[in-house]
Design a protein around this ligand. Structure first.
Ligand SMILES: [Mg+2]
Length: 191
């Protein structure tokens, strides 16, 4: 099966680290839930949050992000059993840093990474259709609905910021172990 997998807060923890960084640096009171609900609206302007994100990454904090252990544990098997791409809302200019980090942290990392920030209003459904993706794994409610409404199956990781999101093509999962179980179910049903 062809899968597209999001990066931030799907395979590694980002919002919590970034919220802490903003709170220390800018004296804000951000929570990961706020960032998850409305990332670009979480500071005074979209420019401000993008600039904060650049600073966060330029200073190397992005290298301290921690992969979810259950993902690291099954990454090899997932790669063996499925056709995988990574699909992130990060912008293309973060490509070098993103790839370097993935290569350092995931064994034999050789996946294609697609970046949606810069075009078509960041629509992941566009890339999924173009790449014949059958299942998207993501934490973001907007991405999940965008793909679900375009006929793509979505495994949505349960997070405080996506609790209200519902669609018949969205399956909620608590962990990567549950995602694997659901993938096996899809295979058995020939879905
Ligand atoms: Mg994400």
């Amino acid at each position: 099966m062809k899968l597209a997998i999001d990066i931030d807060d799907t395979i590694l923890g980002f919002y919590r680290e970034f919220a802490e960084f903003c709170n220390e640096r800018y004296g804000t009171n951000l929570t990961e839930k706020q960032l998850g609900l409305d990332f670009f609206g979480s500071l005074n302007s979209k420019g401000e949050i993008i600039s904060a994100l650049r600073t966060f990454l330029d200073e190397g904090h992005g290298y301290n992000l921690k992969f979810f252990e259950d993902f690291r544990g099954i990454f090899g098997k997932l790669k063996e059993d499925h056709d995988l791409i990574l699909l992130t809302s990060r912008s293309y200019d973060l490509r070098e840093k993103t790839l370097e980090f993935l290569r350092e942290n995931l064994e034999d990392f050789d996946l294609e990474v697609h970046y949606t920030f810069d075009y078509l209003a960041g629509k992941k459904s566009f890339v999924c259709k173009k790449e014949d993706v059958e299942v998207l794994v993501d934490d973001d409610g907007g991405n999940a609905l965008d793909c679900a409404e375009n006929g793509i199956k979505v495994f949505l990781l349960n997070k405080s910021w996506n609790k209200d999101v519902q669609h018949e093509n969205i399956v909620r999962c608590d962990s990567w172990i549950e995602i694997i179980e659901n993938l096996e179910g899809l295979k058995e049903n020939g879905d």
